[in-house]
Design a protein around this ligand. Structure first.
Ligand code: TXA
Ligand code: MG
Length: 339
């Protein structure tokens, strides 16, 4: 199949393709999503097939209005309204109980719940409006590849396998949304960290828990099924490194002694310090710029994976605030974390 590239002036064609149960990728502020109308089992199955996604991993339903969520769920708690008022459109996904038989079965992948998000991208909000109903949107990468932050990344993975991609430029946030479960018996639980932090959510709805901090057994912890799969893996091994330049120096020396070609992804200072030792570099911004680190992580992994090197060394971040989102992705991509 030929994969069309749509722009603002051809959104109507993209919407038509979606209405005809085809798969069209779309931009958001986080990463590109793989769109299909949520009410069609045929369309949703095409998404799983194109991605190569395991069938037990549910999809996020993307909406262009809060009413679309209210119309889709059995109960829209006050908390959900407050969250929507504060963070939508934006990188927060909330899990609620859907009405029966509204969405294709494959959307929830066997769970009694469904997840919802209003993405903050003008083209996609207009696209959903034109379609006239919610669309699913897992990240538009092949399963296990880094999430796509540009239309080109989508084409690198899915050209010829999907009907089109709406090109909305490079995404601004770079890591996927925070996923918050509002149906858990433990109260609201963060299942996946994102750039909307626990502290920001608590400022709106009061105390919540992060699933990693729940003091119940692993088996009892609420889960996002997708978090158990291998993720974001470039072909080359990735090693995360924290801390001081001295620690980097030691690792570099060992790898050089073994004759390994090193690709380096780190802040301006580390890149400047080691650029003569590395065979490829990718700069993640000024030291400590976590916004830049999140925005550039997936692009950097894709770029360095294509470089002539044996191993990719990536700067780690402290696990606080938005650093939790970054480290969640980096640890999934990495075979080792040196600290
Ligand atoms: O920023 C994002 O969230 C992007 C953009 C495209 O919107 N989408 C995205 O979708 O990251 P995906 O499918 O790659 O990740 C969704 C995560 C998965 O880990 C999935 O298991 C979890 O959310 N999830 C979805 N629905 C769920 C549900 N009903 N219960 C528990 N976890 C759910
Ligand atoms: Mg994904």
């Amino acid at each position: 199949m030929k994969t069309e590239i749509y722009q603002k002036d051809s959104l109507e064609q993209a919407a038509k393709q979606l209405q005809q149960e085809e798969v069209v990728a779309f931009p958001t502020e986080t990463v590109y999503g793989l769109g299909a109308i949520a009410s069609s089992q045929t369309a949703v199955e095409r998404v799983y097939k194109a991605k190569g996604r395991p069938s037990d991993n549910p999809l996020i339903v993307h909406v262009s209005s809060v009413e679309q969520v209210i119309d889709s769920v059995t109960d829209f708690p006050e908390m959900a309204q407050k969250l929507a008022d504060s963070f939508w459109p934006g990188p927060l996904t909330i899990i609620l109980h859907p009405k029966e038989n509204l969405f294709a079965k494959a959307v929830s992948a066997g769970l009694p719940t469904a997840s919802f998000r209003m993405p903050n991208h003008p083209l996609t909000l207009e696209l959903i409006e034109r379609v006239g109903e919610p669309i699913v949107g897992p990240s538009a990468n092949k399963s296990t590849r880094p999430s796509p932050t540009s239309a080109q990344h989508v084409l690198d993975d899915l050209d010829g396998l999907i009907s089109g991609v709406v090109d909305g430029g490079v995404t601004s946030v770079g890591v996927e949304s925070t996923v918050l479960d509002l149906t858990s018996p433990y109260g609201p639980v963060i299942l996946r960290p994102g750039v909307i932090t626990k502290e920001e959510i608590e400022a709106v709805i009061g105390k919540i828990v992060d699933k990693d901090d729940l003091t119940v057994s692993e088996a009892e912890k609420p889960k996002a099924p997708g978090m158990k799969y291998r993720h974001y893996s470039p072909v080359k091994p990735v090693v995360a490194i924290a801390g001081e330049q001295a620690l980097w120096q030691k690792e570099m020396d060992q790898l050089v002694a073994k004759g390994e070609k090193i690709a380096l992804m780190a802040n301006t200072e580390l890149v400047a310090a080691f650029k003569d030792v590395a065979s490829a570099t990718y700069t993640l911004g000024e030291p400590g710029d976590i916004t830049a680190m999140n925005r550039l992580l997936f692009d950097g992994l894709r770029v360095l994976d294509k470089s002539d090197s044996d191993i990719i060394l990536v700067e780690a971040s402290p696990k606080v605030g938005q650093g939790l989102a970054y480290m969640n992705r980096l640890e999934k991509a990495a075979v080792e974390y040196i600290q």
